[in-house]
Design a protein around this ligand. Sequence first.
Ligand SMILES: [Zn+2]
Length: 158
Amino acid sequence: MTAIVGDERGVIVECPSCHQKNRLSYSRLRDTTRCAKCKTTLSNVATPVEVSTAAEFDGLVASADIPVVVDFWAPWCGPCRMVAPEIAKVASRQAGRLLVVKVNTDEIQELGERLGIRSIPTMAVFSGGREVARTAGARPAAEIEAFVENAVRSVPSA
Ligand SMILES: [Zn+2]
């Protein structure tokens, strides 16, 4: 499954035209950006971002200018595999409006423990630097979107 990577400050994307790596800052995910080298317009993040450290996760959640949906998963979890294509659909359909993030709870155990993730898959919505909703279990893309929309509507936007 395709996932892109980030660091503590932004998402790293490759320019489709010159293959230069560009960092899209978490605080400017709403905006369209141009490649630093060839000025090609880079599209909004449309695939899930695979987070690899707790520090990266914290940086992302603290500075994202759009709501963040986090899919907590692990490679051995069957329902998580069913959610993966659904969460990818959400990332593609909501590009520039929502950032979809994947956290492998086997790799970043610290994060799962700190957030009290008791079962997977669990999906959590973060807005304005804090968690606003959480749900456990697999569901189709449209239901994930409805869950997020509902969660975000109840709090002031980031
Ligand atoms: Zn370029």
